[in-house]
Design a protein around this ligand. Structure first.
Ligand code: LLP
Length: 404
């Protein structure tokens, strides 16, 4: 994203041009960014040679999934629907792991039939259910157990998953009991220990703590795990102030952790791969004078991007045309939805904006469209992908008639 003669451009395309051509709101992705992110991850973790399973929930667009598959990544899925999409994109079953606390019998059967790499179980009940299904099919099934390491990820509480009060995984005591149980199971092969402590993690310490807990429990369990699935969670720089997770340190720590172990590391990154790859182009419908700030009313709303309303998450806002003139009052950027939480951000000092101007909401590639809804019977936005010098429509704008 750069300004050329004060006009904002993404991969060489003028944002105003895109706004006029495709009408707003638009989710606009850069393939270059996705490929770069994947390349970065592979480089940082080269010495570990992990299996990288993209967390499909971050962005489920089939064309994006196909591009991710073209980079030889696997997938981490959490529902039958996600599994079907991953397979449809051409991701090999032997590179797919299935996570989640509430897999239904139907989902488990489907996963077993598709011969995916691992079902990462999150409770004793789930293990018994998988075993029952495996026995009835007379098939042996590879599974993992998700450990709840009781580690603080130091991220937003709503996206923390690795503390004992969270619903995810099993505690250490139960973990050890389950390992003992599975050592004797005829139909289940325990292959993996999995953890995932949270999302948008920028501090490196939580990962270090997590690895210590995992190391300890492996020793206690006296079991040879073929895979250690360390989950995802790698954070990105939403504030654009160089707050980055130190992946080099994380990688070194894993190398240390792997000494005297012969297991394969699995990662499940979602946000890191697609987060910064997309912008949401929106148009100002009205600017309304408020008490001590002005409301900039956009044609994108919380149904298109719910992260600010749901988590108080911050996304950078950029004008499509840069000017030096400052607005007299603070701006609050809001959507047209009938809820006070339909607000994106308040910015005290911003350039003067005009009605019909285009704006860009940055870093919306992860958990943008995948969390979008039709609230207020609003159709979901068009999605376009910049691929070199070409633009592909990768999802048409929904029609209101489809929502009737
Ligand atoms: N693996 C498991 C088991 C997960 O639960 C998640 C995310 C991931 C991997 C991928 O995490 P990532 O690398 O993307 O951080 N909607 C929220 C994020 C929820 C994340 C849920 N689980 C947001 O917009 O911030």
């Amino acid at each position: 994203m750069i300004y050329k003669k004060n006009n904002l451009r993404i991969d060489g395309f003028d944002v105003g041009y895109l706004g006029r051509k495709y009408k707003t709101p638009i989710y606009c992705y850069s393939l270059k960014k996705i490929n770069n992110n994947i390349r970065n991850l592979k480089t940082y973790f080269k010495k570990i040679n992990p299996l990288i399973c993209y967390a499909v929930k971050a962005n489920t667009n089939l064309r994006i999934l196909k591009e991710i598959k073209n980079n030889n990544l696997g997938a981490d899925v959490v529902s039958k629907g996600e599994l079907m999409k991953a397979l449809k994109a051409g991701i090999k079953p032997q590179n797919i792991v299935f996570s989640g606390v509430g897999k239904t019998s139907e989902e488990i059967k489907f996963a077993i039939n598709k011969k995916i790499l691992l079902i990462n179980a999150e409770s004793k009940s789930e293990i018994l259910e998988i075993e029952k299904i495996a026995r009835s099919k007379k098939k042996s099934v590879n599974i993992g157990i998700r450990l709840n390491p009781n580690t603080d990820a130091k991220t937003l509480s709503q996206i923390s998953t690795g503390k004992k009060e969270n619903k995810f995984g099993v505690d250490q005591k139960i973990f050890l009991q389950l390992v003992e149980y599975l050592k004797k199971s005829k139909y289940l092969n325990l292959k993996c220990l999995s953890v995932h402590i949270g999302s948008q993690i920028l501090e490196y310490k939580p990962y270090e703590n997590m690895l210590k807990v995992v190391d300890r429990i492996i020793k206690k369990s006296n079991y040879k795990f073929e895979y250690i699935d360390l989950g995802g969670g790698m954070g990105i720089d939403y504030n654009h102030n160089n707050s980055k997770l130190d992946l080099q340190k994380y990688s070194k720590n894993i190398q240390k952790f792997l000494k005297k172990k012969s297991c394969k590391i699995i990662f499940e990154p979602g946000r890191y791969i697609v987060g910064n790859s997309a912008i949401l182009i929106t148009k100002i419908i009205y600017i309304k004078e408020g008490y001590n700030k002005d409301f900039v009313i956009l044609d994108a709303a919380m149904n298109d991007l719910i992260r600010p309303a749901l988590y108080g998450a911050h996304h950078r806002f950029l004008p499509s045309k840069k000017t030096k003139k400052l607005a007299k009052k603070a701006y609050e950027f809001v959507g047209p939805i009938c809820e006070s939480t339909d607000t994106f951000t308040v910015i005290k000092k911003y350039q003067k904006l005009n009605e019909k101007d285009f704006l860009v909401i940055c870093d919306v590639g992860a958990y943008g469209t995948s969390l979008a809804s039709n609230y207020n019977v609003r159709p979901k936005p068009i999605e376009i992908l910049i691929k070199g010098s070409k633009i592909q429509i990768i999802n048409k704008r929904q029609k209101i008639s489809e929502l009737m």
